[in-house]
Design a protein around this ligand. Structure first.
Ligand code: DX5
Ligand code: ZN
Length: 223
């Protein structure tokens, strides 16, 4: 079941000194959801933003869904804070949780959509046991930790495989791809079965977000 395409700008590439305004602008310019990258200088070698910033965006008036991508280990301690802070989606890496079912339950019982994230080198076998519980699957097309890296082409094959699993499940599960997505490759990513496209530098490094997002939509609309 292929869903409506979502464009999800990663605010990692936004200007943090004026984050509220950046998010307002990118939503006004046509983005569907806000991708919020949380890094802990432990699971990944970088440190970014946490629940206080998510809450600040909600208090600022951001009403679009916030897609919290947790690159933290351990993961359970911080999840209730993101639920309270107004997250809409919470995804985590299976290797960052000792008990994947418990972590998924914590997210879903808090009223958020839950998902697993797979690094380029992480196999997909965990999916076999949790397909009936997931709301979203996120495939990393770069190694997590930094924006502005190049798309790893092997992700396309993985994406096709996950699309088959989702279709076979008959469930309403979003398929998101994150890392190095640009106007030039978004169509190929969509053809591989993705419906949710994270783009950081391809949007925020331009000075006209609307033109970048519109160009992505034109690519997605091509047959
Ligand atoms: C990487 C992050 C990505 C990243 C995407 O660890 O999860 O969301 O910010 O940025 P670009 O689109 O610049 O690769
Ligand atoms: Zn991300």
């Amino acid at each position: 079941m292929k869903q409506t395409n979502f464009i999800a700008p990663s605010i990692l590439a936004a200007d943090f000194a004026k984050l509220g305004e950046e998010v307002d602008n990118v939503i006004k310019d046509g983005a569907d959801i806000v991708h919020f990258d949380v890094m802990d200088n432990h699971y990944v070698p970088n440190l970014t933003i946490g629940p206080l910033v998510c809450e600040a965006l909600r208090n600022h008036g951001v009403s679009a869904p916030i897609d919290v991508h947790l690159m933290v280990k351990p993961v359970d301690r911080i999840i209730p804070d993101f639920i309270k802070a107004g997250a809409s989606y919470i995804t985590f890496h299976p290797e960052a949780s000792e008990h994947i079912n418990r972590t998924l339950s914590m997210v879903q019982e808090g009223g958020c959509k839950a998902g697993l994230v797979f690094n380029p080198a992480t196999p997909l076998h965990v999916l076999e046991n949790v397909m009936d519980r997931l709301d979203i699957i996120l495939l990393m097309s770069v190694n997590p930790g930094f924006g502005g890296q190049s798309f790893i082409p092997h992700t396309l094959e993985k994406c096709r495989n996950v699309r088959k699993l989702i279709d076979a499940s008959g469930r309403d599960i979003r398929l998101e791809v994150d890392g190095g997505v640009t106007i030039d490759n978004i169509r190929e990513v969509a053809e591989a079965g993705a419906d949710t496209f994270v783009a950081g530098s391809a949007i925020f490094s331009t000075n006209d977000y609307k033109t970048a997002i519109d160009a992505m939509r034109v690519e997605l609309a091509k047959d």
